[in-house]
Design a protein around this ligand. Structure first.
Ligand SMILES: Cc1cc2nc3c(=O)[nH]c(=O)nc-3n(C[C@H](O)[C@H](O)[C@H](O)COP(=O)(O)OP(=O)(O)OC[C@H]3O[C@@H](n4cnc5c(N)ncnc54)[C@H](O)[C@@H]3O)c2cc1C
Ligand code: FES
Length: 340
């Protein structure tokens, strides 16, 4: 069975099979709806169903509450059409000429950046022209078909390799492998580039970037791209971590202030240890932004890190500081739903 789906605003039209999610069908039609985890966990793909019926699919209650379903919202990464649909989705762009591909890659180098953070440097096949936008992510494909998402930490002009910043998860299957048995020259498979978290270059608005922990990875890709492209817009970059070790590329981030004149870097620690001898900002990283900006209207904000931080940032920046919802871009580091 094939259904028609219309997007509002913008008047885009595409078709979907009954077993396709709204997001899958939109991507197949070259329309990039906002999304991140594609797993019903983060809420980035949430939008309203204005007409028609959907099967809501499997998702977490945190990403879409019963009240939101009642109010007509759905998660387009798991909702499948049960009739023709008219749906409301903002920030829709054309996917353009960057294809999503499945490729092999070789582990080129493993570098410990912090006790629980590994830089995984992946060499891409020389014969393949892999392209991505600064800030996007890839899915590592595990042998049994499961996937693990990681943001690309380098900029697209340097696309012969991919840099990932992997935080070790207690009992984590893939990150356990990265910190345990993985060695140079190992072969992995991945799919990418994925997600709609990338630096928008078609605007002149000042930018605020907020990274929590390894949420620094895509932000690094964006800043390195901004330096390469000579971006003139003011950027205020906040990087939050528990302690000094968590700011695992602090020197690099400090060096960006000289490389990009409009950039200001503000590290923030929430649980600085006495031995950190920290005389910088303290507290929660999104709170530091609230303390510094009485008004975020007219800004563009990029946030990446733990889901709770992303949620707190979205709610307070949009509700208390006047940031437009469609100027808030985020990747929440949710984790893969267990198989079965
Ligand atoms: C779009 C996107 C981009 C991401 N980018 C990055 C990145 O650049 N760097 C990075 O370090 N992580 C990133 N993540 C998070 C990362 O995908 C997960 O931490 C990863 O899947 C863990 O895999 P694993 O096999 O080691 O753990 P699993 O075997 O999947 O999990 C083991 C146990 O730990 C829990 N768990 C797993 N991950 C987390 C977590 N992040 N926090 C708390 N508990 C967890 C699980 O529920 C499970 O109980 C990203 C996630 C998304 C959705
Ligand atoms: S909940 Fe749909 S992309 Fe995350």
């Amino acid at each position: 069975m094939t259904y028609r789906i219309s997007l509002q605003p913008g008047d885009h039209d595409f078709s979907a099979e009954a077993d396709q999610t709204v997001l899958e069908a939109a991507l197949a039609a070259d329309l990039l709806l906002p999304h991140s985890c594609r797993d019903g966990a983060c809420g980035a793909c949430k939008g309203r169903v204005l007409q028609g019926r959907v099967d809501y699919g499997k998702h977490s209650e945190g990403a879409l509450s019963a009240a939101e379903r009642e109010a007509g919202y759905a998660l387009f990464c798991c909702a499948k059409p049960l009739s023709d649909l008219v749906v409301e989705a903002r920030n829709v762009t054309r996917a353009g000429d960057i294809p999503v591909r499945k490729l092999p890659c070789r582990v080129q180098k493993l570098t410990r950046l912090a006790p629980d953070v590994m830089l995984l440097d992946l060499k891409l096949p020389a014969s393949e022209d892999f392209r991505f936008r600064a800030g996007q992510y890839i899915d590592i494909l595990l042998a049994d078909g499961q996937r693990r998402s990681f943001s690309i930490a380098n900029a697209p002009h340097d696309a012969s390799h991919l840099e990932l910043h992997v935080r070790q998860i207690d009992g984590g299957r893939f990150t356990g492998q990265v910190f345990g048995t993985m060695k140079e020259k190992d072969i992995l498979r991945f799919e990418g580039p994925l997600g709609s978290f990338w630096l928008r270059e078609d605007s002149s608005r000042p930018i605020v970037m907020v990274a929590g922990g390894t949420g620094f990875a895509p932000i690094k890709g964006m800043v390195e791209h901004a330096i390469h492209a000579g971006l003139q817009r003011p950027i205020t970059l906040y990087w939050g971590a528990r302690d000094r070790a968590g700011l695992y590329l602090d020197e690099l981030a400090r060096s960006w202030e000289a490389a990009l004149p409009g950039l200001r870097y503000i590290p923030v620690l929430s649980e600085a240890k006495p031995e950190d001898a920290w005389d910088g900002r303290r507290g929660l990283v999104h709170q530091a932004v609230l303390d510094d900006f009485a008004d975020l209207a007219g800004h563009e904000v990029y946030v990446c890190g733990a889901p709770a931080m992303v949620d707190a940032a979205r709610a307070s920046f949009c509700t208390d500081r006047g940031l437009a919802e469609d100027s808030f871009f985020a990747d929440a580091f949710t984790f893969a739903t267990p198989a079965g």
